[in-house]
Write a protein that binds this ligand. Structure first.
Ligand SMILES: [Zn+2]
Length: 171
């Protein structure tokens, strides 16, 4: 499957003028997408039914919503449209494995939403557990690696994927 028509990429802010960071993000995104089993990629593309908007930017008010008030990424679902906003500050210092993990985490939210529209409405910790289980059980992340990657994100960005206040991680 061609990967690019499934997404609509958009960069804004100082990062939009930084080709090195843009290239690294695109490369991590492509690697994360291609690591997802093909049947689940088809499920995401078919389930969403239109290009997923991927925003890459210095900051956005939606990243300050949620339990942490300081998320590295946020997927949102409105009227059948899916948008994923990634904050750019983590890209330069992150390892390949952790960068792919962060992107896969958001894609798992999208996959779960395509199968159950109630997923984003669940209590935060419950939705996060569904994502962790999905990553471990279907997308091949080792359970130990999953928690290690969360620790690395915390150390790098002073936050796990979305939140340190939700008690997802105890570094
Ligand atoms: Zn999450």
């Amino acid at each position: 499957m061609e990967w690019s028509p499934s997404f609509s990429f958009y960069a804004e802010g100082t990062v939009a003028k930084n080709p090195i960071v843009l290239k690294r993000f695109t490369s991590l995104f492509k690697a994360a997408w291609e690591a997802i089993p093909e049947s689940d990629r088809d499920g995401i593309v078919g389930g969403v039914g239109r290009p997923i908007e991927v925003q890459f930017r210095d900051d956005h008010p939606k990243l300050s919503r949620g339990p942490s008030g300081d998320a590295a990424a946020q997927a949102s679902f409105q009227c059948g449209a899916v948008e994923i906003i990634f904050r750019s500050n983590w890209v330069e210092g992150i390892s390949e494995a952790t960068g792919k993990y962060l992107i896969s985490h958001e894609m798992a939210h999208v996959f779960l939403w395509t199968h159950d529209p109630e997923h984003p409405k669940r209590e935060y910790a419950v939705a996060e557990k569904e994502v962790s289980d999905h990553l471990v059980q279907r997308w091949g992340f080792l359970e130990t690696a999953e928690s290690d990657l969360r620790v690395e994100l915390y150390l790098l960005n002073n936050e796990p994927v979305h939140s340190k206040k939700a008690g997802v991680i105890q570094p």
